[in-house]
Design a protein around this ligand. Structure first.
Ligand code: IPD
Ligand code: CA
Length: 274
């Protein structure tokens, strides 16, 4: 890290402050009623006025505090900083509302997810459930926490005893393939959970509320903060055959469970579909 790049703890402090405000905005807007609904990639991939408003609010707050930094947000894409382009500068990665379908239905499981990346590596992240106020944080090398309590994930090592979280994309062809893989997996695990917000799923894995989580097709804003939180809780967070976690596949599992889950998913052709 170059001289002048803030420490991860400093970036986390900014992220937490901004995510708390943003979560309050999302919650207030939901109480006032869902508005401005339109669709994105498919007829079920929705965006609301709140997704856009929260993203604008976060970008403006970051602009105020850290004008040189860039931001990647789900709804408005890249926002350049006012400083020179520098590979060591900070990029913020934002999902203004992760779990938009839950938001739409009033299910209390949607979050603001905000991560800070330096030199291509996520170094700090916060996920805040906008309804319950549950908040998970991590800094690279500094551990993962929920409301001040250090997280260590599950100790489960037997796939047959594992409670596994997952999710589905919005594209019908991808969903069909994901369902087929899940159909093959379900007899090898204790059970499956689908809560509808990838960032929170990763935090639940960090906390051991599920033993593991996997999903194909995630975007960076879905997993940047939650992935760091899971990794800092001691989970292995990676893709297929040693690839880094990403759009192709993300598996988050305690080290002893990672191999069995990875190999079963590989046998089921998890990355063979769209
Ligand atoms: C979605 C949620 C969902 C996951 C999808 C994501 P969004 O994000 O995280 O749980 O299964 O892959 O796209 O659309 O609610 O921000
Ligand atoms: Ca979103």
């Amino acid at each position: 890290m170059r001289v002048g790049t803030p420490a991860p703890e400093e970036l986390l402090k900014i992220a937490v402050e901004i995510a708390r405000q943003a979560a309050q905005t999302a919650r207030r807007m939901r109480a006032e009623g869902v508005s401005g609904i339109s669709t994105k990639s498919t007829a079920t991939d929705v965006v609301t006025a709140a997704d856009r408003a929260v993203e604008r609010e976060v970008v403006a707050a970051l602009r105020d505090l850290r004008p040189d930094d860039t931001v990647l947000g789900e709804e408005y894409g890249d926002t350049a900083g006012s400083g020179p382009v520098d590979p060591e500068s900070v990029r913020w990665i934002l999902d203004p509302i992760d779990g938009t379908v839950n938001y739409l239905y009033g299910l209390p499981n949607y979050a603001v997810s905000l991560a800070a990346e330096v030199g291509g590596e996520v170094v700090a992240g916060v996920v805040r459930n906008a309804v319950t106020g549950d908040e998970w944080t991590a800094t690279r090398g500094g551990g993962a926490y929920r409301d001040g309590r250090r997280l260590h994930g599950s100790t489960e090592s037997d796939l047959g005893q594992a409670l596994v979280g997952t999710g589905f994309g919005y594209d019908p062809a991808r969903r069909a393939h994901q369902a087929a893989v899940l159909g093959g997996l379900i007899t090898y695990v204790r059970d499956i959970r689908r809560f509808g917000a990838a960032s929170i799923d990763l935090c639940m894995a960090a906390e051991g509320l599920v033993d593991a989580y996997y999903e194909r097709g995630l975007n960076l804003w879905d997993h940047a903060a939650g992935g760091l939180i899971a990794a800092e809780a001691g989970l292995r967070v990676a893709g297929l055959a040693g690839a880094p976690a990403g759009r192709e596949l993300l598996i988050a599992a305690p080290p002893a469970l990672f191999g069995p889950l990875h190999d079963r998913l590989a046998r089921l052709g998890v990355t063979d579909g769209p």
